[in-house]
Design a protein. Structure first.
Lengths: 372, 385, 78
């Protein structure tokens, strides 16, 4: 096998948690607010089944081909040629999706904290850092995310607790003013994030305890949902109808904290959380991409591809959007629920799974005939 | 092989050793503590900043000799332009150091600018990553520049005075965030404290005086439409459940003097009701007061007298609130007392129909009061008669 | 300015190449091929983007393809 390291199911779960939530906690409240208004905290609940479905499909495929990742079993299912085609589309989508993530990271750091630093420096440093982690392999990323998780969660709770003096329950009312639909519409935007759970198909074969894969995958989805609900509740309780006026409401909320005059200007905490989380997120996708590329070319080692892939990601990311208007156009499309992540996280695996089942049934029928 | 590694290391360190790109040293900065926005008569915008220079009162110690302790080291500078960014650009050309906005705590807008609309100007303040949502916003009767330029006798600077005034919550306290929330609300009305300068004491320099809050400005659709005095402002505070300080003086029937009471606690609940086409609002107030002055010859420890006094107190509050309604609801038609929000929260379905012509229907809302006043203590002692 | 950018991108690419090339075992021809292939794509894309900064990024192209696919689907259903 190309990856010799193994991670435990719980490590995978933490990894996926970061991979989804890192950008989520900052941008989700605003994106969802546009559709759901004060019901944004309900939306993650509607998106929850989708995340679970992504994990479930990946798990089912893993059950059929326990030692392969999607790049390999797509060839088993569709034959070498079509398998390679699907693999290529998958890689392409992963490239675009990771470039958008890295762009978001760069744009946010530049616009909020380092306005005079060129973006290619910010992005370049991050990719370089991730390259080291990815070069270290899956075990390294797994442990890193385990390490980051307590810090991430603790700081997140600190922010939530410090915001408590500023909350007002009446900002959340009336619940479901326009019925259930706004929150459902809001969850469309969340599908982008929850569909990213699909890339779990790159990690299932490397688990030490495979039988627990589904359980921990589900826990990860649940944890993401709970975190999002909590974030959205706190944001809506603090900002109410003004939420939509901030690009990153949680950031603005952290900025808004002021306890007894001296405990203020806390946005650095959010930034710390966010950079740590985004680091893991980029690592996870970067790793998936490198592994996928190596498997697509049938290489025996992926480490030599780390640097060139990083270089490509960097180029794509810097060029992803020329300005914030183009970006918001993209995120507008995203909030209508049709995105690249949905294709590679859900549609392609679903397609593969159905073909696999059909083929299996044929084989059973043939066998049945032979027996007769 | 080894050489390659060294080349690689040098190459990498080229990127890592560039230093801090966005570093800003404190002695290259001027910290803005207050901003005044003026619209001049020729339609231009004037931005006045009050700068607290970190160097000018702490830096002397560096050289070993310290001098000039306690001097008021506030610098005022004004920039002019057709928009706020233009005016700030103008300001930048006058100032030798970079301006740090993130400690801006007071924003004063003059009346002329408020009358043409503050939404556009707020847009700048919110888009800018530095100013805080917690900075207090004021409207000035005269020019904001004058308010900023005051040299108050006790506090360090004029904006410091304004902040303390707002924090005392005697009258309105509105932060940038509160203002955003009000402007985004269902009724599009907002209320802001108005500042003016106290006339200076005799013999003092004309600038050596305080600013003070004496009125409240009412804004509709982001434009100022009028102002109410301090008495009515407290009425509005009652409605908004923000009342913190209030003194009520009553003259009970068949008593020979006045009794003053001080508010300990006051809570307000608005209970909206829709009866067919008629909108109704019940204002439920619970308040606890202490007696602070008794000019009558009553013995306030008698339960009966206390009952009477409690009733008087409730009535006094009710008159104040009806007076407030008279102006705010009937005359100005500005829903700064957030009736609309309450209707939306309690009756979201019907509200959709009401919302369209809320401005016309707001004055016709029938308001009933349900005031429960309690007197908790009657003071530590009393003057013997 | 463009010259400087192209030069620095080339420098980064060359550094990566030198660093990584020596690490790949000489027996693994395929790895070397894939590696150089990716490097060349990356480098030429970077140069293209520097020379034509207004070119569409892959993210936007994918967006475009997906939206037109969606429109086709919607057209079929409606």
């Amino acid at each position: 096998m190309i990856e010799k390291g193994k991670i435990s199911a719980s490590q995978m779960s933490v990894m996926m948690y970061h991979a989804i939530i890192a950008t989520g906690i900052l941008f989700i409240p605003k994106t969802v607010f546009d559709a759901a208004q004060q019901d944004i905290w309900i939306s993650p609940l509607w998106a929850f089944p989708l995340g679970l479905l992504s994990v479930y499909i990946a798990y089912k495929l893993h059950k059929l081909y326990p030692d392969d990742t999607i790049m390999q079993y797509s060839e088993h299912i569709l034959g070498v040629f079509f398998g390679k085609v699907i693999g290529f589309i998958l890689l392409l989508l992963l490239y675009t999706s990771i470039s958008v993530m890295v762009w978001q990271y760069g744009e946010f750091v530049v616009s909020e904290f380092l306005p005079h630093t060129p973006k290619y420096v910010v992005i370049g440093m991050m990719i370089l850092l991730c390259a080291f982690a990815v070069h270290g392999g899956l075990e390294v990323i797994g442990r890193l995310s385990e390490m980051v998780f307590p810090v991430f969660f603790l700081l997140f709770l600190v922010i939530v607790v410090l915001l408590l003096p500023d909350i007002e329950i009446k900002r959340m009312l009336p619940v479901m003013e326009n019925g259930i639909m706004p929150s459902v519409k809001g969850s469309l935007a969340l599908y982008t994030w929850f569909a990213q759970f699909g890339i779990i198909y790159f990690f299932f074969p490397y688990l030490t305890n495979r039988e627990k894969g589904m359980k921990w995958g589900g826990i990860s989805v649940l944890a993401v949902t709970i975190t999002l609900v909590l974030t959205n509740i706190i944001v809506i309780l603090v900002f109410g109808r003004v939420t939509g006026n901030f690009t990153a409401p949680l950031m603005s909320a952290a900025r808004y904290i002021s306890i007894a005059e001296f405990l203020s200007h806390l946005e650095a905490i959010v930034m710390a959380i966010w950079i740590a989380g985004t680091f893991i997120k980029i690592c996870v996708f970067y790793y998936a991409l490198v592994l996928g590329t190596a498997q697509w070319f049938n290489l025996s080692n992926y480490r030599s591809l780390v640097l060139p892939t990083g270089f490509l990601i960097g180029v794509f990311a810097i060029q992803a959007f020329l300005n914030s208007a183009e970006a918001s156009e993209h995120f507008h499309e995203v909030s209508h629920g049709l995105t690249d992540t949905l294709v590679y996280g859900l549609i392609i695996p679903m397609f593969l799974l159905s073909i696999a089942y059909i083929r299996k049934m044929k084989i059973f029928k043939q066998k049945g005939r032979e027996k007769k | 092989m080894k050489r390659l590694k060294i080349i690689w290391l040098i190459g990498i360190s080229l990127f890592l050793l560039t230093g801090c790109w966005d570093r800003r040293e404190t002695n290259d900065l001027w910290v803005v503590t207050g901003v005044g926005l003026d619209q001049t008569e020729d339609g231009e915008i004037e931005v006045t900043v009050e700068i607290h220079s970190p160097n000018s009162d702490g830096g002397e110690g560096m050289g070993g000799e310290s001098s000039q302790v306690g001097g008021n080291k506030m610098i005022h500078q004004t920039g002019k332009g057709i928009s706020i960014p233009k005016a700030i650009e103008d300001l930048d050309t006058q100032l030798p150091r970079e301006i740090l906005w993130s400690h801006t705590k007071a924003i004063v807008i003059n009346k002329a600018l408020a009358e043409t609309g503050i939404r556009e100007e707020l847009d700048f303040l919110i888009r800018h990553p530095e100013p805080r949502l917690r900075s207090y916003v004021f409207i000035s009767e005269g020019s904001a520049k004058d308010i900023m330029a005051l040299l108050p006798p006790l506090e360090r600077s004029s904006s410091e005075v304004l902040i303390e005034l707002a924090k005392s919550e005697v009258l309105m306290k509105v932060t940038l965030f509160d203002l955003m929330e009000m402007l985004k609300g269902e009724s599009d009305a907002a209320i802001l404290p108005m500042v003016d300068k106290l006339p200076p004491e005799e013999g003092e320099q004309p600038l050596e005086t305080n600013a003070y809050i004496n009125q409240s400005a009412i804004l509709k659709n982001g434009k100022m439409v009028g102002s109410i005095d301090d008495r009515l402002t407290r009425g509005v505070l009652w409605f908004r459940d923000e009342i913190k300080e209030a003194t009520v003086t009553v003259q009970p029937e068949n008593a020979d003097g006045l009794i003053s009471m001080n508010l300990i606690k006051g809570t307000t609940k608005l209970i909206p009701e829709i009866d067919g086409n008629q909108l109704k609002m019940t204002v439920q107030i619970e308040t606890i007061d202490d007696v602070i002055q008794n000019k009558t010859n009553w013995d306030l420890n008698e339960i009966e007298k206390q009952r009477i006094l409690e009733k008087e107190l409730a009535e006094a509050i009710e008159t104040r609130l009806t007076d407030t309604l008279e102006i705010v609801q009937k005359e100005m038609k500005a829903d700064i007392i957030e009736f609309g929000e309450e209707f939306r929260r309690k009756h979201p379905e019907q509200w959709k129909g009401i919302k369209k012509d809320w401005e016309e229907r707001f004055p016709s809302v029938e308001v009933t009061f349900d005031i429960e006043a309690k007197i908790l203590r009657t003071g530590q002692g009393n003057v013997p008669w | 300015m463009k010259g400087v950018y192209i030069f620095s991108v080339t420098a980064v690419a060359v550094l990566m190449f030198i660093y990584q090339w020596s690490k790949i075992k000489s027996t693994k021809k395929k790895e070397k091929m894939v590696f150089s292939f990716l490097m060349i794509i990356g480098w030429s894309l970077a140069v293209t983007y520097i020379v034509f900064p207004n070119m569409d990024s892959p993210a936007k192209m994918v967006d475009h393809v997906l939206t037109s696919l969606r429109n086709i689907f919607l057209g079929i259903f409606s």
